[in-house]
Design a protein around this ligand. Structure first.
Ligand SMILES: Cc1cc2nc3c(=O)[nH]c(=O)nc-3n(C[C@H](O)[C@H](O)[C@H](O)COP(=O)(O)OP(=O)(O)OC[C@H]3O[C@@H](n4cnc5c(N)ncnc54)[C@H](O)[C@@H]3O)c2cc1C
Length: 464
């Protein structure tokens, strides 16, 4: 029989992007709270997602700038070489600092205890961790997700890396083959190409980042190909096999005669799945959809079990750190602030952290067309942006879509220098619910990329 922990007021499972803040807020409100985590604090983002990948994006950019140094009149006399052990050590140091500050913060919060272990429901609002049973009237799931492992012929015979394994490499792959031409796969593809590996990306669909507008996929592909990354789209008959002692051969095409791709390392980046399978949700009557996401309402309450909420990647309402953190804000606002925030209040936003980055807010052009809205569109290549020309960073373009009736911004895409920062000017105007003309009347700092946004908006034309 498990030992019973005294009744709690709140239990949070998962110390990812929503869990720690929510647990601390519950505790601050006077609720006796336990935060249960089976792995290191910080979840995917801190340990094998945003944080480590962005440290490597920074290392990869440093290598690329050094390689291109002569373009700016700077002499680098020796060939550029990346020390993978040092690159990894830098990443590990940054992650360790996050662990320390999270542990210090949570450890010093009154009313809050962190329990290390795997939680599993044994009944409604009852969980077991090791030999201890915990109960509380409020249970918050922030269990995140894991890499999807597809049923692909040959996968059992080869060593396939995922985002966790590849971030532990301390040597440079000779030839990295990436299966999956979406956000995670493309970031790693450019990182390793810049580190010095040969890189091939195999994408099952007809184009990479298939949810973006066609011109966006095409321009990102051009950016990557200019750096020597090989992209094989339409790789519909994917199978893998061992080659030699350590290598891998990837068969991509349904057409006979197409050459296979031989590589030294294989990265699988074909999507993610919620960590809900081993959680014993049935015992607590917590419903999921067919993909395993906990079904929630607009305030992130379970649709089937009272006193249960799901936040972050496990609810299928977002797959980003900022959406997970916003889920915390929504739950806390409803529970403690008498503020009826809803998940549908947020504007979809995300970035692909290639260099240059791709930033997206609101609707894509394809989505606007499908909505049947009467809209205006404006485009501008980055070659028109003075600051980009001065920096020698003119790849990409900017595009904005505006509702022709209301003059509100419907969405924007920016692929170019500092796009991940610049786009927030448009996002804030969308969130404020004011017309795009607000930006046209604003004086921006010269010389910046943002300075060209009013000019971009002057070019709005009907979307035909
Ligand atoms: C390679 C990569 C790069 C990414 N880059 C970005 C980026 O640049 N920007 C961005 O916004 N997003 C990025 N993401 C996505 C981002 O990491 C996730 O959306 C975010 O971490 C989700 O947070 P979460 O709070 O939902 O869950 P997680 O951060 O995954 O945390 C869930 C936690 O729950 C714990 N847990 C699970 N089950 C149990 C259990 N039964 N008992 C106890 N503990 C349990 C896990 O150990 C984990 O710590 C990236 C993801 C990857 C894989």
């Amino acid at each position: 029989m498990p030992e019973r922990h005294p009744e709690l007021d709140a239990i949070v499972i998962g110390a990812g992007q929503a869990g720690p803040s929510l647990a601390a807020r519950c505790a601050r409100e006077g609720l006796k709270t336990v935060l249960i985590e089976r792995g290191p604090l910080g979840g995917t983002c801190v340990n094998n997602g945003c944080v480590p990948t962005k440290t490597w994006v920074a290392s990869a950019r440093a290598a690329q700038v050094a390689r291109r140094a002569a373009e700016w009149g700077v002499v680098v006399d020796a060939p550029v070489r990346v020390d993978m052990a040092a690159v990894r050590a830098r990443k590990d140091k940054i992650i360790a600092a996050s662990h320390q500050s999270l542990a210090a913060w949570l450890g010093s919060t009154p009313n809050l205890a962190v329990v290390q272990g795997q939680a599993r429901f044994t009944g409604p609002r009852t969980l077991q961790v090791g030999d201890t049973e915990y109960t509380a009237p409020r249970i918050f799931l922030n269990v995140g997700g894991a890499p999807l492992r597809p049923a692909m012929p040959g996968l059992g015979e080869v060593h396939a890396l995922d985002n966790r394994g590849i971030l532990e490499l301390d040597h440079l792959p000779g030839h990295l083959v990436v299966i999956g031409g979406s956000y995670i796969g493309l970031e790693f593809a450019q990182i390793f190409r810049r580190f010095g590996s040969q890189v091939t990306v195999c994408e099952m669909g007809p184009r990479i980042i298939g949810r973006e507008d066609e011109e966006v996929s095409a321009e990102v592909q051009r950016v990557l190909e200019r750096e020597g990354i090989v992209i094989r789209a339409n790789a519909q008959c994917l199978s893998v096999a061992r080659e030699g002692a350590d290598g891998v051969r990837v068969h991509t095409s349904c057409e006979s005669g197409e050459p296979d791709v031989s590589g030294s390392h294989l990265l699988l980046a074909v999507g993610r799945t919620p960590n809900t399978a081993g959680l014993g949700l049935d015992a607590a009557g917590i419903a999921t959809d067919v993909r395993g996401f906990v079904t929630v309402d607009e305030q992130l309450r379970s649709t089937s079990a009272a006193g249960v909420w799901a936040l972050g990647d496990c609810n299928g309402r977002g797959a980003f750190t900022h959406t997970s953190y916003n889920d915390f804000e929504i739950v806390a606002a409803n529970l403690f602030d008498d503020d009826p925030r809803r998940v549908s209040d947020r504007i979809p936003v995300y970035a692909l952290f290639t260099d240059p980055p791709l930033a997206r807010i609101g609707m894509s052009e394809n989505e606007v067309r499908a909505s049947g809205k009467s809209a205006l569109v404006a485009r501008m290549p980055m070659t028109r942006v003075g600051r980009a020309r001065e920096a020698g960073e003119t790849q990409g373009f900017m595009k904005v879509l505006v509702d022709a009736q209301t003059q509100r911004i419907l969405g924007a895409t920016m692929l170019g220098m500092n796009a991940d920062e610049v786009i927030h000017g448009l996002l804030d105007v969308m969130a404020a619910g004011v017309p795009y003309t607000t930006i046209r009347r604003t004086v921006h700092i010269h010389p910046t990329v943002s300075e060209l946004v009013p000019t971009l908006l002057e070019g709005l034309k009907p979307l035909t």
